[in-house]
Design a protein around this ligand. Structure first.
Ligand code: ZN
Length: 141
């Protein structure tokens, strides 16, 4: 016949086993819900984040898209002309994963204003370098 102590130990072991199974079930449920949400997001046109290719943030915490695991369309107003545009998931993937853009940076100007700004900067650089060259020649360098 089992002693009271043995019986108690068996009951405890049985309870611990039940607890572990319940915990494992919760983990699997959470994992399944996460996967379903991810697949639903992809079906809506969001694009999966490849975390390994992101630039380091140099910051505590993570940007929303990294926590969520997908890029979703981001509507924004151009800071230069005010035009409403949408930053598409594919544009974001390129910016963060290929161009290694700062993970906490976002859209600010529409496509047209960005092109204008790029030309303005290139022109300013050209004028600056010409000035430097002129100075060098004037000094007889
Ligand atoms: Zn604009």
């Amino acid at each position: 016949m089992k002693s009271g102590r043995q019986k108690r130990a068996e009951i405890e072991a049985h309870r611990a086993e039940k607890r572990d199974k319940a915990r494992q079930g919760e983990r699997l449920d959470a994992e399944r819900r996460r996967r379903e949400a991810f697949e639903a997001a992809l079906a809506r046109g969001e694009v999966a984040v490849n975390k390994a290719t992101l630039a380091p943030t140099g910051s505590y915490g993570y940007p929303d898209f990294q926590l969520r695991g997908t890029y979703l369309p981001i509507p924004f107003a151009c800071k230069s002309c005010g035009k409403a545009e949408v930053w598409t998931p594919h544009q974001q993937k390129w910016w963060y994963e290929t161009a290694k853009g700062d993970p906490f940076s976002g859209p600010s100007m529409c496509r047209r204003c960005r092109a204008i700004e790029r030309r303005r900067k290139a022109e300013a650089r050209r004028v600056h370098l010409e000035g430097v060259e002129r100075k060098r020649k004037a000094k007889g360098g």
